[in-house]
Design a protein around this ligand. Structure first.
Ligand code: 2X7
Ligand code: FE2
Length: 304
């Protein structure tokens, strides 16, 4: 019998398109002339990639806030996508020519587990679909080689239509379904929650988008909540993060409303494991953290 699959690491991998712009990868058309404003986050992603280089993995499974589906949880279901993804708010920063492979078998397996758990689900079979910039940015920053297939999961509207609590309960079910499907698949997966944290943001941009003197957190309330959540992450208090999520989401207009972080915590089954915060920084006033739960290293230590 083949080995059961597992989540190698859970990762909070925010997707400000600014980070792609500042890194000047060949896929992105706008060119940055100088780095400056977001070095804390770019360094954080570099440290994360160094940590991940110690692990083998087969697939990236991403939950994204920028593929918003009116009803239910949708899954990319075509083996290969190519096209240009343009950020609708920041087209000056992000026009990215993407080409990515999908692990359709795993995508369908998560879909089926979620449907069996009673969630509304759908496979997305349109080969012309323009993959959203949340999926692309998070996957690029975590693993720029694009040599592993991806599973991308949309953000359903439950929290927006009903309540933050109802949204998080759905993410609990979706996260558990994701875990079951990964285990049954034999895959070694990186799970990516693509959201920012506090999300109040400035509504104007400086002339030079990378002007470091412009960049700072929107206000102290936002920053205090982010510090609190990061403290819980470092303390391994994953269950408490989930319990406090509805208030955090409400009081910080946080992008956690789209469910990615709640899904990730549930997929990892709330490990009491201290996370590594590789970097924290603001982008146009929003709070963003690059964080990993290195589950494979914790397994190795536990079995030594
Ligand atoms: O989508 C985003 C984001 N979440 C954070 C910061 C800036 C831009 O876009
Ligand atoms: Fe976003």
């Amino acid at each position: 019998m083949s080995e059961p699959g597992r989540i190698v690491a859970g990762i909070l991998s925010p997707h400000p398109p600014h980070l792609i712009y500042a890194s000047n990868p060949p896929q992105n058309e706008p060119r940055s002339s100088r780095a400056g404003a977001w070095n804390g986050l770019l360094d954080g992603y570099e440290k994360l990639r160094a940590e991940l280089a110690r692990h083998e993995f087969d697939v990236l499974v991403a939950h994204t806030p920028h593929w918003k589906t009116r009803t239910g949880h949708h899954f990319l279901g075509v083996p290969h996508f190519e096209g240009k993804s343009v950020d609708p708010i920041f087209p000056n920063l992000f026009q990215y020519n993407f080409a990515l492979d999908i692990d359709v078998e795993l995508s369908e397996a998560i879909h089926d587990e979620a449907a069996a758990a009673g969630l509304s689900t759908r496979m997305m079979r349109n080969p012309e679909f323009r993959v959203d910039y949340g999926t692309i940015t998070s996957c690029h920053l975590v693993h720029p080689a694009w040599d592993k297939p991806v599973v991308a999961i949309s953000s359903a509207r439950t929290a927006f239509d009903y309540s933050n609590e109802a949204g998080d309960q759905e993410m609990l079910a979706l996260g558990r379904a994701t875990r079951r499907a990964i285990e049954a698949s034999g895959r070694r997966a990186l799970c990516l929650a693509s959201n920012s944290l506090s999300h109040r943001h400035f509504t104007s941009e400086p002339e030079d988008p990378e002007d470091p003197s412009f960049e700072h957190v929107y206000n102290e309330n936002q920053s205090a909540w982010d510090r609190h959540i990061l403290g819980l992450m470092k303390a391994g208090e994953t269950r408490r993060i989930f319990d406090e999520m509805p208030d955090f989401t409400e009081q910080c207009v946080a992008e956690t409303k789209d469910g990615c972080l709640s899904w990730l915590l549930a997929a990892m089954d709330f490990p009491p494991l201290p996370a590594t915060v590789h970097g924290y920084g603001t982008v146009i006033g929003t709070g963003n953290a690059v964080v990993s739960w290195d589950l494979d290293s914790a397994r190795t230590e536990a079995s030594a």
